[in-house]
Design a protein around this ligand. Structure first.
Ligand code: PAF
Length: 289
């Protein structure tokens, strides 16, 4: 694995790979890698030949400076994990490399009005700006994003379509700890008690699936039940328990088509998110989480 820090170095490596006929796969990250990130690399490897991972803690997407300052970092460990996960090129730019007098930002309007977008002003503009920059720097054929950040992933699919990026976006399944907790770099900040209390997020999705399997489609019925389950884990704050349509991420009253059930809550100052995609085929609803 080669490690580079500048955009010019990335471009030189990509040029060589493209001349050799390789398909480029990109896995953008903010580091503090865990099994979830490595699963994105494995999926990128199944769909391309030369894997670029970026590690950049993008200040522009943090609406809370304390959250940025305490974002976990362990670059030595990340290098080992990326290398053994099969990354070919690891791009670790610093702030001045990524944002030299940056005046342009990317906004995907209406898709970011609900869910995390409603609670983290400016967050998604920061995400889509850096992701667009990474797309232009790396020019991948394929880019992989995790389902855990579902609003991010769905909106990137739309951004790629709207801005004509010739990139195939893959949304990779959520990787969970054996307890059911969705893997996240932020889990590091949880106390043992909070880590166990936070399992209610996953439990609420399990219950939601059971309700859907037994024919419930009324969003209020389902989210009320999920709320009681999440409250039983004494979160410090619930940001949202929402069911939205997959195509436009707007709130729905009844589950009729492809939808997303998403939750966000705080334990201490750690904000955790989790979600489930409800897909539909001829045999009925299929819950993916
Ligand atoms: O999902 C993340 O880790 C970040 O939002 C991303 C896509 C790397 C952009 O900074």
């Amino acid at each position: 694995m080669k490690i580079v820090h500048s955009i010019d170095e990335v471009r030189a490596e990509i040029r060589k790979s493209k001349i050799a006929g390789k398909r480029i796969g990109l896995v953008p990250t903010m580091g503090y890698l865990h099994k979830g990130h490595i699963s994105l690399v494995s999926i990128a490897k199944e769909n391309s030949d030369f894997i670029v991972m970026s590690i950049f803690v993008n200040k522009l997407q943090f609406n809370d400076i304390n959250d940025f300052n305490k974002y976990p970092k362990d670059i030595e460990q990340d290098i080992i994990a990326a290398d053994s996960g099969g990354v070919d090129l690891l791009f670790i730019p610093d702030d001045s490399e990524m944002y030299q007098n940056n005046l342009t930002t990317v906004n995907v309007g209406i898709l970011t009005g609900n869910l995390c977008g409603a609670h983290r002003p400016g967050h998604f503009e920061g995400v889509f700006t850096v992701v667009s920059k990474l797309f232009n720097i790396v020019q991948p054929d394929v880019a992989v994003f995790g389902q855990k950040d579902i609003q991010q992933a769905v909106t990137i699919e739309k951004m790629v379509y709207d801005l004509n990026f010739p990139i195939h976006i893959i949304i990779a399944p959520i990787v969970r700890e054996s307890s059911g907790l969705a893997m996240s770099s932020r889990n590091k900040h949880l106390s043992e008690k909070h880590r166990s209390d936070a399992l209610v997020l996953n439990k609420s999705l399990n219950e939601c699936k059971k309700m859907i399997d037994s024919g419930y489609v009324d969003v209020k019925d389902i989210t009320n039940t999920m709320q009681s389950i999440i409250e039983s884990g004494s979160p410090d704050k619930i940001d949202y328990i929402s069911i939205v349509g997959y195509s436009d991420l707007s709130h729905i009253n009844t589950i009729e088509e492809k939808s997303i059930v998403a939750v966000a809550a705080f334990w201490g100052s750690t904000r955790l998110i989790d979600n489930m995609i409800i897909d539909k085929d001829d045999s009925g609803f299929l819950c993916i989480y």
